[in-house]
Design a protein around this ligand. Sequence first.
Ligand code: NAD
Ligand code: DAU
Length: 336
Amino acid sequence: MKLLVTGGAGFIGSNFILYMLRQYPDVEITNVDSLTYAGNLENLKSIETDPRYTFSKTDITNAQEIGTLFRQGIDVVVNFAAESHVDRSIMEPDVFVRTNVLGTQVLLDAAKAHNVKKYVQVSTDEVYGSLGNTGLFTELTPLAPNSPYSASKAGGDLLVRAYHETFGLPVNITRCSNNYGPYQFPEKLIPLMISRALNDQPLPVYGDGMNIRDWLYVEDHCSAIDLVIRQGQNGEVYNIGGNNERTNIQIVKAILKELGKPESLITYVQDRPGHDRRYGIDPAKLTQELGWKPKHHFETGIKETIRWYLDHQEWWTRIQSGAYQDYYAKQYGERL
Ligand code: NAD
Ligand code: DAU
């Protein structure tokens, strides 16, 4: 199988490439990534000389270069490439629309022109908006995105749907809940809190800290996408989640406890505008129709993740010394 993975230098994409190369001796993977602030080839150091793996520094909005890559013969496309951070989308929505909507359309056109066997769009539960105290997102929940990020992801999803309905492109859309695990950029809740706690810096908790997210270990997301590639019914959407809802404050306190740091580091800061209150995934379609089961329990997964960040301090300190600092000053500067 010849696989074209976009955004493979990011958090989930790099975990997915490592996972697929471990699982399948005969897979060939081309990783297409423009290396934005979130793309880090260090994540893939262990496989950079693997003959089954090729990297191309290409922007998915560049139709000409994307066309050239598809001409080598591609069986399956998995599109991870995206601007992925909600807070950044509030500051700078245009790049989100460019990559998440226009980039998706460029990939769809190439997939159509080159008759790929499967196109998988890696999407998010955030396209469904926010839940109240009860209920879960199913694949039939109406799309109601609340941030420029989720709106741009929903735009991409709708194009994917349209290319299936109009052109018969063999597509799937996956919508996963919050991932955690190795190689997550330290702007996202869990790695941000771990790195700040280790430096004895204040931990910025938005609003009252009672917003709920549904956490899934990244490898379980990867196994679900693998299953969808092989067994997903064309045109279908699959929700991915492990029934692991936690309030943000529960997560932050668990991290502090594991690191032996005091709760006095917690600092409540101004809430994120348009902040979704609760996400919760119903994964019944994926578990019942395709037989998917997550392997990692949250209690062990979070401990392993904290261990990973402890053992890889040079990985995230190198990141934090770069452009990330400018963003960080803008996002939190006046508040802490
Ligand atoms: P990430 O920000 O860590 O990685 C994104 C990658 O895409 C980076 O390597 C970046 O360089 C690349 N990229 C960005 N714009 C590009 C462009 N124009 N052309 C080529 N490459 C480009 O993101 P992530 O957390 O790994 O998320 C991956 C995908 O999964 C995204 O589509 C996101 O919406 C989706 N998702 C993420 C989560 C989560 O919890 N992180 C949950 C559900 C779905
Ligand atoms: O649900 C899937 C989504 O999960 C993905 O589509 C996104 O790409 C990914 O970034 C993530 O979005 P969230 O907005 O849920 O993740 P984030 O880590 O930014 O925030 C998680 C929660 O923690 C959210 O309620 C906001 C809160 N938070 C976040 C940060 C960065 C804080 O309280 N303080 C912070 O400093």
